[in-house]
Design a protein around this ligand. Sequence first.
Ligand code: CDP
Ligand code: MG
Length: 159
Amino acid sequence: MLERTLVLVKPDGVQRSLTGEIISRFEKAGLKIVGMKMAWADRKFAEEHYSAHKGKAFYKSLVGFLTEGPVVAMVLEGLHAVDVVRKLTGATEPRTAAPGTIRGDYAHHSYEYTDKKGIPIKNLIHASGDRKDAEKEIKLWFTLKEMHSYKSVHDVHVL
Ligand code: CDP
Ligand code: MG
């Protein structure tokens, strides 16, 4: 049940100075940061990260979005971490993402608007969709040496 998942504060989140707020939401939920860095993905790397979306109408602009500035990448650990992080992140479209979620509280972009403009939906965060994706994405963004096992208060209150 103890899982690790990948989160990126996307360029819009970094540029809007929401990095701390976003990290704080995950920390407060009891998730442990086991890896973290700022990185600026190039096109090839972003294409690899979003390879599952290759061929979709928004793929090219999505790759452009991810590479437009640095991201803050982190690996979070906790019970059911993949699902829990998705729950805190909220639905893909900020317009309909539930209040209380990061996307629902800090963004409001809509498909209706972005599809018309041919731009990607700016939704602040990437979070791995399932455990298989998490494993693949963590390997892509972090080396084993960049991740750390350490004791935290969560070991007393969560595990
Ligand atoms: O990020 P999430 O897993 O919630 O959504 P996704 O379906 O895996 O899509 C990846 C990313 O592509 C989204 O977070 C959006 O930034 C973007 N996207 C878009 O721009 N337009 C769409 N119609 C769908 C997704
Ligand atoms: Mg996804």
